[in-house]
Design a protein around this ligand. Structure first.
Ligand code: MN
Length: 249
């Protein structure tokens, strides 16, 4: 969706640039040329901006496990701020790289790109990795990832225990991860908005499952009880999506 959107922006920008250039050839007016130059710069900038992805479900869809207000604030304010601040941090740099590409060499970027680029990527992933479960049914892993989890960690319960602990033990704000390093499944956590795609992260690999353990993800409903949030969150995991990511490893 994001790629389609960017492709569309690039195409429309290129089309408009062509029209503007044709117009400029017939014009000797200096003010007009300056105006055209500004338009070109603006269009180039627009071609590379990141946008807030829509949620694949309604704000209230994850209730009773995650409440509507938390989802609304988390998506429309926190995630939006990461997107806006990432675009600000990249302003004037003529960015044409994907977010994954930027993160792979993020040690060379400003701290603002690390924090906000990570924030944009992590949240985009997090929304996809959940799906509604209004009746709060048990939700064990399915498909190939279920087999890989069993062979890597002994059992699904043992995997859940280790992943939940990674989220619980992360001091302050951060994320818990299931990721693949050289095709091997691993569990870990990162501080702030770091993730395993970053060249300077504590853990490195392909993200498969992510859990946001920042207080903003759970404080309205669970206050300081991170364990309640983590334990309940398992009912929301979209295992089809985890399998999709696992197939690409
Ligand atoms: Mn968050």
């Amino acid at each position: 969706m994001t790629n389609d959107r960017r492709g569309f922006l690039k195409k429309s920008a290129a089309f408009t640039l062509g029209a503007v250039a044709a117009q400029a050839l017939g014009s000797a007016n200096l003010n007009e040329l300056e105006h055209i130059s500004e338009s070109i710069q603006q269009l180039s900038a627009e071609a590379a901006i990141f946008t807030l992805p829509e949620l694949p479900y309604a704000y209230e869809a994850l209730e009773p496990i995650i409440d509507k207000q938390t989802m609304e604030i988390h998506h429309s304010r926190h995630h939006k701020a990461y997107v806006d601040n990432l675009n600000k941090a990249l302003d004037g740099k003529n960015n044409t790289r994907s977010i994954e590409d930027i993160l792979s060499t993020v040690s060379k970027e400003d701290k603002a790109v690390r924090n906000n680029g990570g924030g944009h990527y992590n949240h985009s992933l997090f929304w996809m990795l959940m799906k509604p479960n209004p009746e709060n049914k048990t939700n064990p892993a399915t498909g190939k990832i279920a087999e890989a989890i069993n062979s890597s960690f002994g059992s699904f319960d043992e995997f859940k225990k280790q992943f939940s602990e990674a989220g619980m033990k992360r001091f302050g704000s951060g994320w818990a991860w299931l990721y693949a390093e050289n095709k091997k499944l691993k569990i870990g956590s990162t501080p702030n908005q770091d993730n395993p795609l970053m060249d300077n992260a504590e853990i490195k690999g392909a993200p498969l499952l992510a859990l946001d353990v920042w207080e903003h993800a759970y404080y309205l409903k669970h206050q300081n009880k991170r364990a309640d949030y983590v334990n309940n969150w398992w009912a929301l995991v979209n295992w089809d999506k985890v399998n999709e990511f696992y197939e690409k490893v």
